[in-house]
Design a protein around this ligand. Structure first.
Ligand code: ZN
Length: 159
């Protein structure tokens, strides 16, 4: 076995710890009555279902508040929770760049250094790639974000 095939225990435990923590205590887990953007995200393969709410300030195109509600597996909930902490306060274009980089991280075979550096804290989700059926769980909230920012009100993952 080559060294690259040996799992890195620290990374694995960090991954588990972070995902379980966000699953237990999801951040920004609330609906926003004053939302300017909304999307309903559904992943029928796993049963993950979330409502995503955004408040976008039209004067500077910043996401001033974000919230989500719903239910699903630990990976989908942790990904949605971490997404909200990452995009809150950011301009739409930065949130969109992060979304593109995160989806690339989980769907491309070859991920560039540039993508890894853009993704930052979310790199720990790369481990999800080992479980292809879980990729849609991890990306669900991010597709919902893209749709919410486009003004589309519903996102359903294609099985
Ligand atoms: Zn799931």
């Amino acid at each position: 076995m080559s060294p690259s095939n040996i799992p890195e225990p620290q990374l694995d435990s960090l991954y588990q710890e972070v995902i379980l923590d966000h699953n237990r205590r999801p951040r920004n887990f609330k609906s926003l009555p004053n939302a300017t953007q909304y999307c309903h995200g559904l992943n029928p393969l796993c049963g993950d279902e979330y409502h995503l709410y955004l408040v976008v300030d039209p004067t500077n195109q910043k996401i001033t508040d974000v919230g989500f509600q719903g239910q699903g597996c630990a990976i989908s909930k942790a990904s949605a929770s971490m997404m909200t902490t990452e995009i809150k306060g950011k301009p739409i274009f930065q949130a969109t760049q992060l979304k593109d980089a995160f989806i690339e991280l989980l769907t491309k075979d070859e991920v560039t250094e540039e993508t890894h550096s853009k993704v930052g804290n979310l790199n720990l989700f790369e481990g999800v790639k080992e479980f292809p059926i879980r990729v849609k769980c991890a990306t669900l909230a991010w597709h919902a974000l893209a749709d919410a920012l486009k003004g589309i009100s519903h996102h359903e993952e294609k099985p």
